[in-house]
Design a protein around this ligand. Structure first.
Ligand code: PLP
Length: 369
């Protein structure tokens, strides 16, 4: 048996007719850019998340970048976030000219340690960017109360948390604005790149709409310097069809997570911890072990692919080493990068395949480590 850490092909086999009908509908419609499918998907996705406005853009990275731009984040500003994240969280901040400031993570959830937020605030801090990593939300009540006390804006990075909830509220609905990615591997993904900014603020949404298209107000008239970052009709139509199945995908992810929890209990790996109040959507099922690299290569010998996200904290990569400014480093972030890995997780992973992953992993932990 050969098992990929992620694979869309079985899902496509099930959904093929529907997806191809959607693609055909767009191709025959005569409208390929910013047409009815984008509008319908923006409305549908925003409503799913419990907010009023959605603006489709061409990636999660651009969703973050344009949301920051629409808050007027730029040179001389600082944005507080984490180094245990995907590179684009940080590249989006850097692209605005602002400086990312990192705080450490909670060692149990690997999410932003909100207790450190207040002490990282300087006169230049403009925004907090919590990342709902792996499918569960950062403690947003605490983020928002600190932000409110200091007059800061908050943008949620929801690229990995479609459908995740905290105390009943959907990821993306708990701040000024949120950025989603529809990259193929995501909980809700298309067959290429896509992203969305969601917000409850109409004028903010209008600004993002202008920024995504050359600062164009309409009628070939630009009101400010802008960009080209549009969600394509074809991807919007595919996503409209997939969003109808989103709750089902999440249910299956949670079922697989519960099976992993059960089969790997007392196996030697540290299992994911879910914060009270969080409904985890399990974009990734992340486990931890000090012999991570050896386990990963042993699993590969059995044709089981796992993922390490992320092997490098952002501040330890050459491209962003200049951001390695915290005295004493970010010990929990750096330790997690050495030890965490994620097991195969996607809705069409079968129970038989998952059993094989667990049996193999348990054997490796018992005999080889
Ligand atoms: C946490 C996080 N933020 C942002 C992004 C950027 O999304 P995209 O790849 O669509 O640009 C990703 C996805 O890679 C991500 O995982």
């Amino acid at each position: 048996m050969s098992i990929q850490v992620w694979d869309y092909r079985k899902e496509y086999a099930i959904e093929r007719e529907d997806i191809l009908a959607g693609v055909d509908k767009v191709f025959r419609s005569g409208r390929l850019i910013l047409g009815p499918s984008v509008k319908a998907f923006e409305e549908r996705f925003a409503a799913y998340c419990g907010v009023t406005h959605g603006v489709g853009v061409n990636s999660g990275t651009d969703a973050l970048f344009l949301a920051l731009k629409a808050l007027d984040v730029g040179p001389n500003d600082e944005v507080i976030t984490v180094s245990n994240t995907a590179i684009p969280t940080v590249s989006a901040i850097v692209s605005t000219g602002a400086v990312p400031r990192f705080i450490d993570i909670d060692p149990d959830t690997y999410l932003m340690d909100v207790a450190q937020l207040e002490s990282a605030i300087t006169p230049r801090t403009k925004c907090v960017l919590p990342v709902h990593l792996f499918g569960q939300c950062v403690d947003m009540d605490r983020v928002n109360s600190v932000a409110l006390a200091h007059g800061l804006k908050v943008i949620e990075d929801c690229a990995q948390s479609h459908g995740a909830r905290q105390n009943g509220k959907l990821a993306g609905s708990m701040s000024d604005a949120a950025a989603f990615s529809f990259y193929p591997t995501k909980i809700l993904g298309t067959f290429g790149d896509g992203g969305m900014v969601i917000t409850g603020d109409e004028s903010f949404a209008t600004r993002v709409r202008q920024l995504r298209m050359y600062g164009n107000e309409g009628g070939y008239y630009s009101v400010e310097h802008g960009y080209n970052s549009r969600l394509d009709e074809v991807h919007a139509e595919i996503l409209l069809r997939k969003i109808a199945r989103l709750d089902g995908y999440i249910e299956r992810r949670r079922e697989l997570a519960a099976r992993y929890d059960e089969m790997l209990l007392n196996s030697g790996v540290v299992l994911p911890k879910v914060w009270p109040g969080n409904f985890h959507a399990y974009y990734l099922y992340v486990v931890r072990h000090p012999s991570r690299d050896r386990i990963v290569s042993k699993l590969a010998e059995h044709d089981i692919m796992v993922n390490v996200s992320y092997p490098w904290p952002i501040h330890k990569m050459a491209g962003y080493a200049y951001l390695d400014q915290e005295k004493g480093g970010l010990p929990y972030t750096e330790a997690a990068a050495r030890e965490i890995f994620s097991l195969p997780m996607y809705p069409t992973l079968s129970n038989v395949e998952q059993d094989f992953v667990c049996e193999t992993l348990v054997n490796i932990l018992r005999n080889d480590i």
